[in-house]
Design a protein around this ligand. Structure first.
Ligand SMILES: Cc1cc2nc3c(=O)[nH]c(=O)nc-3n(C[C@H](O)[C@H](O)[C@H](O)COP(=O)(O)OP(=O)(O)OC[C@H]3O[C@@H](n4cnc5c(N)ncnc54)[C@H](O)[C@@H]3O)c2cc1C
Length: 469
């Protein structure tokens, strides 16, 4: 069987919904806001940014009056449909952090490791059954030009105190057996695998049990200054007067106009297989269950689920011209076919395995690839956005920054250059679409040309600009 019919057969009958959200025990929606109310803190958005902000605000002040307003249901968006790689990195990887914040990278690494430890502690303390496994993450080379980069990255990681092992082809294939592997690295501690929807649902439960008032199917339509009362948030059936507001709305139509300059929606797609049988799992190894990503610019990420399915995603970060977010863009049959073909190239031993789920989601991409933070409305509103595909762990750090900023007292976090500066803005449309599509084409070309970056990518690198997932 050639790759294409094999991929088509494996995808036949796939459910077009995120695997993680397709659960019989998914929680019922909480009631929508139906009348006017007041709050000390209103959190807008029930993804990880919003949920962590509400929970950490409760930890900081047990008496605080907190409401959380979610336009649909908590965790339905990026937070409940991602790869579930919960990384310690706050900077979209160490190399990006070193390039952008060389003077404070040691601090950022330390704060990131502490953040990951604290996520693990909250998961335990709140009894959140989200399959949190601190397996670490492997990066694998599938072309010779990637090996030097991996060795450099391992040296940098070691210098910054990370537990990293450099693996030759035999050693990496002993961990996970793909004939495409030429070598790899394994950061053994700095990433956990988890079930993102169950983390979102668990955080939502912990918030509700601690007295946070959660309203779902409650989109905030407008934010307005309400004088001494703080800010007024308008929703379809009632307004909230809040002294302070935390904005964690990801990439969706920003309530704060200025965010439009800094954020673009990049679509990322993933597949999940049926559970592997014992012999199928035996044919690839993977006894240490690490998350894996390959080392190309267009990279796949993959991992085992709790019931031994393989989640296989990434490669193609798609920007739809005009930057619209539309439900129909969650499905991309061409991308799914390509991902399925790549899967069987990586694991020919698994011929005959079928995919059960195929979906996409929106990543809030900014030009520096890691989140930015700001205050607005006379320091009564704070936001964090722009995690660019590595927000599962970093959103908790972002939530702490939001609360520090609203608290008004300087902290180690708010003194960071990463927190005090913003990315360069994207140009307006239609130039934005042209620039992003040209960048995507150049990135694909670099992978075909042994990693060599063309003049366009080198110019963007010099300016500190880029497009990534
Ligand atoms: C396919 C995919 C794979 C990914 N894989 C990984 C991974 O493996 N590891 C990793 O670290 N990151 C990954 N990411 C990125 C990660 O999921 C995000 O960085 C993170 O979930 C962002 O969380 P958030 O709360 O900021 O945004 P979101 O999860 O997008 O949540 C925003 C919420 O705000 C709500 N909202 C928006 N506007 C309003 C409004 N006006 N009123 C009320 N509510 C509103 C939305 O309904 C939504 O629920 C992936 C993303 C995708 C799409």
């Amino acid at each position: 069987m050639t790759a294409q019919p094999q991929a088509a057969a494996a995808l036949a009958g796939c459910r077009p919904v995120p695997y993680w959200l397709d659960r019989p025990d998914a929680p019922q929606a909480m009631p929508a806001l139906a009348e006017g109310t007041r709050a000390g803190l209103a959190v807008i958005g029930g993804g990880f940014t919003g949920l962590w902000t509400a929970l950490l605000a409760r930890e900081r002040d047990p008496a605080a009056d907190i409401v959380l307003l979610e336009g649909k249901t908590a965790g339905w968006a990026a937070s409940g449909r991602n790869g579930g790689f919960c990384s310690a990195s706050l900077t979209h990887g160490l190399a990006n952090g070193i390039a952008r914040f060389p003077a404070e990278i040691a601090t950022l690494v330390r704060l990131g490791q502490a953040n990951l430890d604290e996520i693990g502690s909250t998961v335990d303390a709140c009894g959140i059954d989200c399959g949190f496994e601190r397996t670490g993450e492997m990066a694998v080379a599938t072309a010779p030009w990637q090996l030097a980069g991996l060795a450099e990255d391992a040296a940098a990681a070691r210098k910054h105190g990370e537990d990293v092992v450099l693996l030759d082809a035999a050693a990496v294939r002993d961990e996970l057996d793909s004939p495409t592997y030429l070598g790899g690295t394994w950061r053994t501690r700095s990433c956990a695998m988890l079930d993102p929807a169950r983390l979102a649902w668990g955080l939502r439960r912990a918030c509700a049990e601690s007295g946070v008032r959660i309203y779902e199917n409650t989109p905030v339509r407008e934010i307005a200054d309400a004088g001494p009362a703080g800010l007024r948030l308008t929703t379809p059936h009632g307004s909230v007067h809040a002294a302070r507001v935390a904005l964690g709305t990801g990439c969706f139509l920003p309530l704060l106009r200025r965010l439009r300059h800094y954020l673009v929606p990049a679509y990322d797609y993933a597949l999940v297989t049926e559970p592997l049988s014992g012999p199928q799992l035996g044919s690839i190894g993977w006894r240490n269950r690490q998350g894996v990503a390959d080392a190309a610019n267009q990279f796949h990420y993959y991992r085992l689920t709790g019931d031994n399915r393989i989640l296989w995603g990434g490669y193609d970060a798609v920007y739809y011209n005009g930057g619209r977010i539309r439900p129909e863009q969650d499905q991309s049959p061409e991308t799914f076919a390509m991902l399925a073909e790549h899967f069987f190239e990586a694991f020919p031993q698994l011929a005959g395995l079928r995919f059960t789920h195929a979906w996409g989601g929106v990543i809030d991409t900014c030009s520096r690839f890691c989140a930015f933070y700001c205050l607005a409305y006379g320091k009564r509103l704070a936001y964090a956005a722009g995690y660019t595909g590595l927000g599962v762990g970093a959103t908790r750090f972002g939530a702490n920054v939001i609360l520090d900023l609203l608290g008004g007292e300087p902290t180690e976090r708010t003194s960071l250059q990463m927190v005090r500066t913003k990315p360069l803005p994207f140009p307006p449309e239609p130039l934005r679409s042209g620039v992003i599509q040209m960048t995507r084409a150049s990135i694909a070309k670099a992978d075909r040309n042994e990693g060599r970056r063309d003049i366009w990518l080198r110019t963007l690198d010099r300016l500190g600009l880029g497009f990534d997932s």
